[in-house]
Design a protein around this ligand. Structure first.
Ligand SMILES: Cc1ncc(COP(=O)(O)O)c(C=O)c1O
Length: 446
């Protein structure tokens, strides 16, 4: 018998069982490990999650853009089960296995660029970032790295240095790598001085070019690392002129362009990789999150001559490209391809954006609705002229959504942006139900 509440029904949070577990969590786990809701999961299937108190939720978070093919996808589970009966781990440095090589081949084939590529498999997004910078430095013999405001690249030392959100990702953790230079990201909604989207993109590009005379010469710059759509920074797609401008700078100065697609990749934007929307080919592309269909894996995919510049033993690791994760990743890619999930991401994204645009007309709290495919940001402001971030309202709406059975989370340096990242397998009616709860919560707080 289901003891909990259905989606749309109000529930007390935390429920009794979650509250008990929360006590243990608070005793044994540091507060630095953040949570968006006082909920412990019992099980998940597709777009629906059930917590330990039997309450159901529609999931617009998907483990932070990780479960594009839904919770516990049957096909992914099936290959995982089979693999666990063969071998769990050998360490690819000790005994090789076919799935690592097949996944590398597949990723080389499905990433932009017709040139020969090689692939390093690792465990997390941050690890992919660290490796990409190492490889770019080794290949170019240069040290400098250019990163952007509002960027998020992970929590390890170098990745944290590249990350731009101070509280709480960097607060008190310095010093950071001194060879990182930071420039504005072409975040059109917050362009200064009334600049238009393209004007601001061109301004951002020019600032980098000027910096080669004032901060760090191009000849000392190894790489530019950029999220083709900002993730943690606010689900911001930049104007094409920005990404194209970065490519031009890299071409003119032999700098490696690294596209961090940890959050934007694997079909979420309606193309396999967000950078394809801009018709730009990076030298190195990073994937993680959605790659493993829920399992732990990341990848650094790059030009063969760049990847192969590292000496034997210079990259790798004990668990990188674990065999169970490799088969899950291969199956996840196959599911996206065989089920036209790219087209589905576009369709669902349009459906959600239409509805959210409609809400924008009704509620002045919404300042901006934006996104590519199913990677949608909704920025809340106190008023549309000052664009002062509506951070408290965002928190209230988020809590209200959770209480009515919609799991949703915010992002942005100012914590005032909802990021909508449902599984690409969600049904139309589940999406609609989720958006209904979002609108009800928005109305309640407006
Ligand atoms: C764009 C981007 N890069 C890197 C990372 C770090 O990934 P991980 O948390 O797996 O280390 C994230 C995580 O949110 C991300 O969004």
């Amino acid at each position: 018998m289901n003891r909990g509440k259905k989606v749309g029904e109000k529930r007390e949070l935390p429920g009794l069982k979650s509250a008990e577990l929360l006590k243990l969590r608070n005793q044994y786990i540091p507060k630095g490990v953040f949570q968006i809701a006082p909920i412990f999961i019992e099980k998940g299937k597709g777009a629906i999650v059930e917590d330990v108190d039997g309450n159901e939720y529609i999931d617009f978070c998907t483990g932070i853009s990780t479960l594009s093919v839904g919770h516990c996808n049957d096909e992914v589970i099936s290959v995982i089960k089979k693999q666990t009966e063969k071998h769990l781990h050998t360490c690819f440095h000790v005994i090789m296995y076919e799935s690592y090589v097949q996944l590398a081949k597949k990723l080389a084939e499905i990433t932009p660029g017709k040139f020969p590529k090689q692939v390093l498999l690792a465990n997390s997004g941050a690890e992919a970032v660290e490796n990409a910078v190492k490889i770019a430095r080794r290949y170019t013999g240069r040290r400098g790295v250019i990163a952007f405001e509002h960027a998020f690249h992970g929590r390890t030392a170098l990745a944290m240095g590249l990350t731009s959100q101070v509280k709480y990702y960097k607060y008190g953790f310095g010093p950071f790598d001194p060879s990182i230079q930071r420039f504005p990201y072409a975040y059109s909604y917050r362009a200064p001085c009334g600049l238009g989207a393209d004007e601001y993109a061109n301004y951002c590009i020019k600032k980098i070019e000027d910096s080669f005379k004032t901060y760090m010469p191009a000849e000392e710059t190894a790489a530019i690392i950029v999220e083709p759509v900002l993730g943690e920074g606010g689900f911001v797609p930049p104007p094409p002129a920005f990404i194209k401008g970065l490519r031009r700078i890299c071409d003119e100065n032999n700098i490696i362009l690294i596209a961090d697609e940890v959050q934007s990749g694997m079909g979420r934007t309606g193309k396999m990789w967000a950078i394809e929307h801009f018709d730009v080919v990076p030298d190195i592309l990073l994937s993680a999150k959605g790659l493993g269909g829920g399992l732990v894996i990341s990848a650094v995919i790059g030009r063969k001559e760049v990847m192969d510049s590292v000496d034997i033993g210079g990259i790798g690791g004990t668990f990188g490209g674990n065999p169970v994760s490799c088969v899950a990743a291969l199956k996840t890619i196959e599911i996206i391809e065989n089920n036209n999930l790219l087209a589905r991401a576009t369709y669902l994204g349009n459906m959600a954006k239409d509805r959210l645009d409609h809400m924008k007309q009704k509620y002045s709290l919404i300042g901006d609705v934006r996104g590519l495919g199913s990677m949608i940001g909704v920025e809340l402001v106190k008023d549309r002229i000052s664009k002062q971030p509506a951070s408290e309202e965002t928190t209230k709406i988020r809590k209200n959504c959770h209480e009515y059975g919609l799991l949703i989370m915010s992002c942005g340096v100012l914590h005032n942006i909802f990021r909508i990242m449902f599984p690409l397998t969600i049904t139309d009616s589940e999406l609609e139900m989720g958006l209904n709860i979002f609108e009800d919560s928005l109305r309640a707080v407006s």
